[in-house]
Design a protein around this ligand. Sequence first.
Ligand code: SAH
Ligand code: SF4
Ligand code: F3S
Length: 465
Amino acid sequence: MISDPEALKNNLPRVFIKTFGCQMNKLDTELSISSLVKKGYSFAEDENDADVILLNTCSVRDKAEHKVYSQLGSLRDQKEKNPALILGVLGCMAQNEGDRIFKRMPHVDLVCGTRMFSRLPELLGEISGNNRQILAIDEDGEVNFDRLVTQRQNQHNAFVSIMRGCDNYCSYCIVPYVRGREFSRSVTDIVDEVKKLADDGCKEITLLGQNVNSYGKGLKGKVTLASLLRELDPIDGIERVRFVTSHPKDMTKEIIESVGELSTVCEYLHMPVQSGSDKILKKMRRQYSSAHYKGLVDMAKSMVPGIKIASDFIVGFPGETEEDFEDTVRLFHDVRFQNSFIFKYSPRTGTAATELIDSVDEEIKKRRNHILLDLQKKISTEENRKMHGKFVEVMVEGGSKTNAGRLSGRTRQNQIVVFNLPEGTKQADVSASLSGKLVNIEIEDSTDLTLFGVLRDSPFNKMTH
Ligand code: SAH
Ligand code: SF4
Ligand code: F3S
């Protein structure tokens, strides 16, 4: 909870923000909190204690928007009981739906798009003073990356935005329409922010962008993701650097080399392939073939020992036949992804794919979805079993929620590890002191999603990997 005596003195309202969607939205929530804290706002831990409720929303699939509409519907009662309550919709769905939100949900006070976060304090001020609805979805709004490094969810890890927007216009995707044109932040700004985060105790950073592999486009000189990673590697205090998401069409040998060579950069790529069928990839406008994708995976595996690859998939894209789906299944077997996010195609108004007929039945989409989920579960279970008896470097995140005698953390490859403490130690004794530290864990057991082990050595600086 962020409490601020100034806020109480000025009697500014208490804000509650709920975040939907991807990591970029989580970061936008932190940026919004920063801009509100600077103006003296404080925050409620529970929506029932709040004077302002903001929903930071996602539009990527129909279901995501439904969720928000149903949440807004259930907030109607609260608003009726307390007419002074300010209710706002932020982010991608605000940008996409605009004043349709006011039409469907007249009790909403604010609709604030993806480029308007820095004006939040001003907008909230206007509403509470005048009791009127405000629509702020200007596409030319300036995104202010200026964050208070202290306003973040976790002490030891942080997201850092390196770019905004997307220029790829994959035919199914709404992101370029709601997030605008691709824009890379300067290296100096990013390095400064990471240094500040490191000074504040942050050990791991995740660089964020819709397509981080094209980072640098539009900046002066030859700036690339690989060159940025080299600038970040020597920063004191930063032990691990991750980046998401990697578009296969912009993946380079240079990026893969930097993953292998730089000690901070983790051996993990989230590189969504979406489909294994060249016909479907073409219709999706992804600009690579499945052979090219496999070539990248082979290169990564040969240049970076132990690297793990994660992907996103869409099943039931218009025109996807059984043969096309079989191509995806084959690719699944070839690559053996560490984990996958599998989605049923959802037509988005305004995107190019809506010109194609949404030809695959919902039942078939469901079946294909289940087949891939089951396959991923089987592969993850088998791969995790291969880890039994091995030692891994884990960055400790904190106490395990389900067992008081255990802690949990992540490997460099982003696997969750839950580990037992040596006999006689209590979680409370070590949790705070080990949090954010690197420890050596011997893996003894696993499920598809979690590795289980025992603490063998702690803390230690840099393991060779
Ligand atoms: N920029 C990232 C992905 C952002 S959206 C990239 O290009 O890899 C996250 C995922 O949502 C996508 O990878 C895709 O698998 C899924 N997705 C996007 N639009 C979708 C739609 N209309 N229907 C179903 N899934 C979709
Ligand atoms: Fe969407 Fe494609 Fe851009 Fe990813 S790269 S955000 S899938 S348009
Ligand atoms: Fe992210 Fe959803 Fe927007 S995936 S970019 S919050 S549409």
